[in-house]
Design a binder for this molecule. Structure first.
Ligand code: G1P
Length: 297
């Protein structure tokens, strides 16, 4: 089995109903954290991990994503004429090598497992990564890079893992865990969105996966699971039942759930505070708010 991971799937077909009305005309993945769309964070993380082929599973109304990764000759020539080299440099991050990016339509919203399955012909027989752009992870070494390095050693299915309060189990794929070795945790089973009392542990799957092609074959046979959708979690759990290995990887970093409003706001503040050009001003404002709050008590 090859241990180099060069392909990543980005499931971006979701409707983003939690962010209506914004997502009526703007794909959720284009919503900006400070000044960069969510998808840019995911692409940068993939690049840092050595990914060369980027596969987007999209749906109706996601055209803005394709435009975002296209050249914009009018804008570029305008900036060049005005000598705005810094801005041109910023735009470079959106450049994709010709043929490096592919878009596949998921015609029906049948779930994350189905979205990944839609990309099966482009994956063929190689290990691949899956990145859910809603999960934004701030880390010194990007999360997927940490996982790709571990995968080079073990060559088995791997999911990013993080402890969550047990009462939040119904929002995650939850892991039934065995022995631990550094950041790696042997996974004995996986359940998608169980009730707190049924959750096998408090270790949750976060949206980064490195999977072996057998998982795609499992998806061929899957029927709908939790929420009536075809679940990626179930296809990975099937691999465990067939006695292949799956590991949870406790990544180093801070994860923000940008799939909900509160998580998005927190990420906005955290990423704003991490920026040299914004920190002082934002911090002063937060202090001011704290004062107002205290005075009101
Ligand atoms: C998906 C997965 C779930 C995982 C979560 C991480 O759920 O199905 O297993 O724990 O992402 O963010 P979603 O949040 O898309 O409902």
């Amino acid at each position: 089995m090859r241990r180099k991971v060069t392909k990543a799937i980005f499931p971006v077909a979701g409707l983003g109903t939690r962010f209506l009305p914004a997502t009526k005309s703007v794909p959720k993945e284009i919503m900006t954290l400070v000044d960069r769309p969510l998808i840019q964070y995911a692409i940068d993380e993939a690049r840092a991990a050595g990914i060369k082929e980027f596969i987007f599973v999209t749906s109706r109304g996601k055209g803005a994503l394709e435009d975002y990764f296209d050249h914009n000759p009018v804008l570029e020539s305008d900036l060049r004429k005005k000598g705005k080299t810094e801005l041109l440099e910023i735009l470079r991050g959106t450049d994709m090598e010709s043929g490096a990016i592919a878009y596949i339509r998921q015609h029906k919203a049948l779930g994350l497992g189905h979205a990944v399955w839609c990309a099966r012909r482009l994956i063929a027989n190689e290990p691949f990564a899956v990145i859910l752009p809603d999960d934004v992870i701030a880390a010194e070494k990007p999360c997927l890079q940490q996982m790709v390095e571990a995968f080079e050693d073990i060559g088995e299915n791997m999911v990013a893992a993080m402890e969550v309060p047990r009462e939040q189990s119904s929002a995650y794929g939850m892991l039934d865990i065995g022995e631990e070795n550094g950041p790696l945790v042997r996974v004995k089973g996986m359940v998608e969105k169980p009730a707190a009392e049924d959750s096998p542990s408090n270790l949750a799957v976060i949206g980064r996966y490195i999977l072996t092609p057998k998982v795609l074959q499992n998806l061929n046979k899957l029927k709908s699971g939790s929420g009536g959708e075809i679940q990626l979690t179930d296809a990975i759990a099937e691999d465990i039942r067939q006695e292949r290995e799956v590991y949870g990887y406790r990544f180093r970093g801070r994860r923000f759930d940008c799939g909900n409003k509160s998580g998005f706001l927190r990420a906005t503040v955290a990423f704003g505070l991490a920026r040299d050009d914004l920190r002082d001003d934002l911090m002063a404002y937060l202090r001011e708010l704290q004062h107002v709050d205290r005075a009101a008590e």
